[in-house]
Design a protein around this ligand. Structure first.
Ligand code: ADP
Length: 379
């Protein structure tokens, strides 16, 4: 017994229900036959002997008629009792198979659900039985796969976060221990290095918090009708100085008469700034970055294209995964934690758009595209 329900109870109840149906049928058959048979017999006899036979018949004939009536009824009762017994035997076999056919897949589901609840997310059930049961089993397997995937992501995330925190913490510990032991000078230069690592940790924690807010749906979009040109200009204005400082040219090619998009301007700006920041980061001095926007179907498609280091084809499908960096060691020292594009993807998808990256290969520059649906009046 578990949860107040006996194991195998459904199978037994189905079995008993089948038997009761057959038994009720047999009893009704017998009862109705006993009620109707004598009357029917008499009527048939009258039909055979003629309507006036009783007036001319002697006592022995009447006695004979009564006797045949009793024998007829008895024969019927015996025949029905034997055939009911045979029907019950067949019913036992058939209802056993039928109740097993319905109950077995359900019992398997119960066992599998119990194992999943206990944390065994690999559990699956065979897809068998009648249409509805097979559908239930297929849906159950889909749910189990989703749970397994979520669990794998959770475990991977904990591992990734621990890994990301370990490096800056080890560096900070190294400097501080070095200063305590007198091996490293306790001067401004060392403290600046320590502060760099602290800031890296702070950025990482901030990015993680932002990612968790966006992915858990806590970020509510403030959708309004936004002018693509104004949005692009705002992003460019934010980063112009940094581009000039590094010596990378920043161009804008956005037509002023593009239709309005339905967007949260702060969030789309965040995506554009992130892509422009990456482009600046991965483009060497003397390079060029262009922001473009064009109408494609029912959306405006932005593109941030650079002439930087480019991306090898095998990395392109993974760029938007959490903590994914093309060159892990180098990017850890110079770039972010590999969460920026993951946040961009979540934000763009929240708007109902898509985001992807393209590159002809290493040294060939890269281009990042994203779409934002048009404001409904313009569709
Ligand atoms: P990060 O914070 O490390 O830049 P992102 O999620 O923004 O993380 O980017 C993931 C990875 O994609 C980067 O580590 C880098 O390897 C690659 N990448 C992103 N933008 C570009 C670009 N414009 N050119 C080349 N590589 C890029």
């Amino acid at each position: 017994m578990k949860g107040g329900v006996a194991r195998g109870g459904l199978r037994r109840r189905l079995f008993i229900a089948h038997l009761l149906t057959i038994a009720a049928g047999a009893i009704t058959l017998l009862g109705v036959m006993l009620l109707l048979a004598p009357g029917l017999h008499d009527r048939l006899m009258v039909a055979w002997l003629g309507p006036h036979w009783a007036a001319t018949a002697d006592d022995s004939m009447i006695e004979m008629e009564r006797a045949t009536n009793a024998i007829f009824t008895q024969a019927m009762v015996q025949a029905l009792t034997i055939s009911s017994g045979a029907a019950m035997v067949v019913a036992v076999v058939v209802s056993f198979a039928a109740s097993r056919r319905v109950a077995q897949p359900l019992e398997r589901l119960v066992i599998a659900a119990r194992r999943i609840a206990a944390g065994h997310y690999r559990e699956r059930v065979p897809i068998q039985g009648d249409y509805e049961l097979a559908q239930l089993a297929a849906q159950f397997n889909t749910m189990a796969a989703t749970l397994e995937n979520a669990e794998q992501r959770r475990v991977a995330l904990i591992g990734d976060v621990a890994h990301e925190l370990r490096t800056p913490l080890a560096t900070i510990a190294g400097y501080v221990e070095g200063m305590l032991d007198g091996v490293v000078e306790s001067d401004e230069g060392t403290w600046v290095l320590v502060l760099d690592e602290v800031n890296r940790l702070r950025r990482l924690v901030g990015d993680l918090q932002e990612l968790s807010r966006v992915e858990s749906g806590q970020v509510a979009l403030n959708l309004t009708a936004v002018t693509p040109a104004a949005l692009s200009a705002a992003a460019v204005a934010r980063l112009e100085a940094q581009f000039a400082e590094k010596g990378v040219t920043l161009r804008t090619q956005v037509a002023a008469d593009l239709p309005l998009v339905s967007a949260d301007p702060d969030r789309v700006l965040q995506v554009l700034i992130n892509l422009l920041g990456n482009a600046l980061h991965y483009t060497p001095v003397g390079g060029e970055v262009t922001v473009q926007a064009v109408r494609v179907g029912d959306a405006v498609q932005w593109c941030v294209r650079d002439t930087g280091i480019g991306i090898a084809a095998e990395h392109l499908p993974h760029l938007f995964e959490r903590f994914y960096r093309v060159d892990k060691a180098r990017m850890r020292a110079t770039g972010g934690a590999g969460i920026g594009l993951t946040i961009c993807k979540a934000l763009v998808e929240l708007h109902g758009g898509q985001i992807w990256g393209e590159s002809a290969g290493l040294g060939q520059g890269a281009a990042f595209f994203f779409t934002v649906p048009l404001f409904h009046h313009y569709k």
